[in-house]
Design a protein around this ligand. Structure first.
Ligand code: A3P
Length: 294
């Protein structure tokens, strides 16, 4: 663990958001007691976490689908390592939903023993980069960057919360989870596929969770999980949490654009070529394909 960065806390090679994380919790993370019916959404930041949290909550809670129980996403499926509301996880009734950005090697051993289910969501890393640039500049708890180029270098070096998206020794995210997929009870979802066909994606998730949805339920889930509806849903859009609990440096929204290929509006030709070279070098033998544009 090093302790000299205002924003990042490095623990076992991985960068956590210093201001939200409880180091004592991290030290015991390995032994965190998972239950068979726990479900974890795991992502690299800015890959569709909040979206999948919303889908899970809608699948699991009838009161969410029919809007009779108004509960914030952060409380329906809290972050494991960033427990903002200090929820006592042990006291939560089953089935428990969680979100997390941890790399595979820091996952509680219960997950590695296939206790609990994992849904890993990936997104093309150029859109992750652009989303992350805006997000870090917006929040007081992240380091701001003057421009995309500056942020891109931090991202490519893994000097951000979540460390490296790319593969590098064992400290990588996407590849780590993928290469160790046989250790987990895991479903891989792709942000861009969810965007292209949300209905099929919800069905895929519900079938993995063995949760059968009626047509009416399915409609309710899809309807409340589309970007436009989540963006105006105070329980789902995190606006109040960002503003009142975390603090905004500049105006903005967690649900910013929710599109595929936004990177084209931001990266210069040179930046894009540099990104492609790094991607080629580090990911060329990676079997999963990424969707870069519509
Ligand atoms: P953008 O910044 O590109 O808009 P995470 O929750 O992992 O931090 O990811 C946040 C990104 O997911 C943001 O991307 C956000 O807008 C997008 N997102 C959230 N809900 C979405 C939805 N229902 N449909 C599409 N994108 C969504």
């Amino acid at each position: 663990m090093d302790g000299d960065d205002k924003y990042l806390l490095k623990f076992k090679g991985y960068n956590f958001a210093r201001l939200f994380v409880d180091i004592n919790f991290l030290k015991n993370l390995d032994d965190f007691e998972t239950r068979d019916d726990d479900v974890f959404v795991i992502t690299y930041p800015k890959s569709g976490t909040i979206w999948t949290q919303q889908i899970l909550s809608l699948i699991y809670y009838e009161g969410h689908r029919n809007r009779t129980e108004i509960v914030n996403t952060a409380d329906r499926s809290p972050f494991l390592e960033y427990n903002l509301h200090k929820i006592d996880f042990e006291k939560r009734p089953s089935p428990r939903l969680f979100a997390s950005h941890v790399p595979y090697y820091l996952a509680p051993k219960g997950l590695k023993n296939k206790k609990a289910k994992v849904i890993y969501v990936s997104r093309n890393p150029k859109d992750v980069l652009i989303s992350y640039f805006h997000f870090s500049n917006m929040l007081v708890t992240f380091e701001a960057s003057n421009n995309i180029g500056e942020f891109m270098e931090k991202f490519l070096d893994g000097k951000v919360v979540g460390s490296l998206w790319f593969c590098h020794e064992s400290f990588d995210h996407m590849r780590g989870w993928y290469e160790h997929r046989h250790d987990f009870n895991i479903l891989f979802m792709v942000y861009e596929e969810m965007k292209k066909d949300l209905r099929s994606s919800v069905l895929k998730i519900s079938s993995f969770l063995e949760k059968e949805l009626s047509e009416e339920d399915l409609d309710a889930v899809v309807n409340q999980a589309v970007f436009q509806n989540m963006k105006v849903d105070p329980q789902a859009n995190y606006d109040s949490i960002l503003k009142n609990e975390i603090g905004l440096r500049t105006k903005g929204h967690f649900l910013r654009k929710g599109t595929i290929g936004d990177w084209k509006h931001y990266l210069t030709v040179q930046q894009n070529e540099r990104f492609d070279r790094v991607f080629q070098r580090k990911m060329k033998d990676f079997p999963l394909k990424f969707i870069w544009e519509i």
